[in-house]
Design a protein around this ligand. Structure first.
Ligand code: GAL
Length: 410
């Protein structure tokens, strides 16, 4: 009998067969990888074996194209990084699990902010699991250059251009900017939000109001946007956000307009907020918060029987204070859970969390939070074509944008 005991006890402590979960996503950069490792470990505790199906970069555009091909060929992954209005697009096709079968609704109702609930629900059901909130309207500054040139972080666009000219005269590249359509669109969004304000931004990019889209104000936004072209390097054409972020790290450029996933990348390489870099509002956008909520959908497939994982703990783990703390410090985002203690976060994230709860919130249209990714991509192309072609006028562009939205926003 004694001989049997070790064998029996071994069998007893063996974890039940872990449920494999193939996940399509685009978290392949430093910071994203560290955050993903925390997520994989947390799921392993729920007996869920996260299997990477990662498609590099481009802010997710490449990943979403691959997802469409796999789903249309009847072979979707078990889960995918889908966010914003795309959740409803996929849910309408009947391809998604209602996550309430393995995540307690009461728990989500209690711990998620209203805007997050609104974003991940469709037809009164939770159809995606939210993990984190990124802020998009940030201006990042290389602290060494600002100290060396004794520059004050710009709060207005007038101050921004004065600072940019001083940086240029000192021989530094004023603005790191990766030249791809989604990054041009993010840069445009930052200018548009700051000059239009929350209400007109929503009318233009959420309600697609033709009058605002073709107004003199919108033409002025496009002209201000194009002025930024004078401060970037043409050698960055086609480079993803990781390159422009690295230029700030390496003191090769002084400023960067980008979402705070760059903070995750800098954290991964040991850079420290307020020591190596500063985080400030996009000029004239203080009190405004352009949000980007990362979430995952789960496809209707027999293979991923998440219902068998201990559903009471699945959400409790991913929305636990501990996970939300550790995951978001690596990702550069803020917790999606309400009432978090932000002591462990740096002052940039503490500002972001405070502003999320006090500022005017708008969905980031460049990050797929205000329209389907299909319409999003067409808008990106029109905005990017204007930014990169001298001969294209703002007047032509607002008309093109308005027509494209009217044609595609069905
Ligand atoms: C966004 C995503 C972020 C980050 C960023 C850069 O779309 O929501 O989590 O991954 O792309 O890749």
């Amino acid at each position: 009998m004694k001989k049997l005991l070790p064998l029996v006890s071994l069998l007893l402590i063996q974890p039940a067969h872990a449920n494999p979960l193939e996940v399509l996503h685009w978290w392949t950069a430093p910071g994203e990888l560290e955050a993903q490792a925390i997520l994989k470990e947390a799921l392993a505790q729920q007996n869920v074996d996260w299997k990477n199906f990662a498609i590099v970069g481009a802010g997710g555009n490449s990943a979403l194209r691959v997802l469409q091909m796999r789903a249309l060929s009847g072979n979707p992954p078990d889960a995918a990084q889908i966010k914003g209005p795309d959740i409803a697009e996929w849910a309408k096709m009947g391809l998604l699990k209602n996550i309430e079968s393995f995540v307690p609704v009461k728990f989500l109702d209690k711990h998620l902010p209203d805007i997050v609930k609104k974003t991940v629900r469709y037809n009164n059901h939770y159809m995606a699991l939210p993990l984190n909130i990124h802020r998009v309207n940030w201006l990042w500054l290389n602290k060494a250059i600002f100290d060396e040139l004794q520059l004050v972080p710009p709060k207005t666009w007038k101050q921004f251009f004065i600072v940019a000219d001083k940086i240029k005269q000192a021989g530094y590249l004023p603005l790191a900017h990766g030249g791809t359509a989604w990054q041009d669109s993010l840069l445009f969004e930052s200018v548009a939000l700051s000059l239009l304000g929350a209400d007109k931004y929503r009318q233009a990019f959420v309600e697609f109001d033709k009058t605002i889209l073709t107004s003199a104000e919108m033409i002025a936004v496009f002209k201000k946007f194009k002025q930024l072209n004078l401060y970037i390097s043409k050698e960055m054409q086609g480079k993803d956000w990781t390159f422009s972020s690295q230029m700030i790290s390496d003191k090769k450029a002084a400023m960067l307009f980008m979402g705070d996933w760059v903070k995750g990348m800098w954290h991964a390489s040991g850079k420290v907020a307020m020591q190596d870099y500063l985080c400030v509002d996009v000029p004239e956008s203080a009190g405004l918060f352009s949000y980007n909520i990362d979430s995952f959908v789960f496809f209707n497939k027999n293979s991923n029987d998440l219902e068998n994982s201990n559903s009471q703990t699945f959400a409790h783990t991913l929305l636990s204070r501990e996970f939300q703390n550790n995951f978001n410090i690596e990702k550069g985002s803020i917790p999606v859970r309400l009432n978090m203690d932000m002591q462990a976060f740096d002052s940039c994230s503490q500002k972001s969390y405070y502003d999320f709860n006090h500022a005017q919130l708008v969905p980031s249209f460049s990050q797929n939070m205000a329209s389907s990714s299909y319409l999003q991509n067409e808008m990106n192309k029109i905005i990017s074509y204007y930014f990169n072609n001298e001969e294209v006028s703002a007047e032509q562009t607002v008309k093109r944008l308005s027509l494209a939205i009217r044609a595609l926003n069905k």
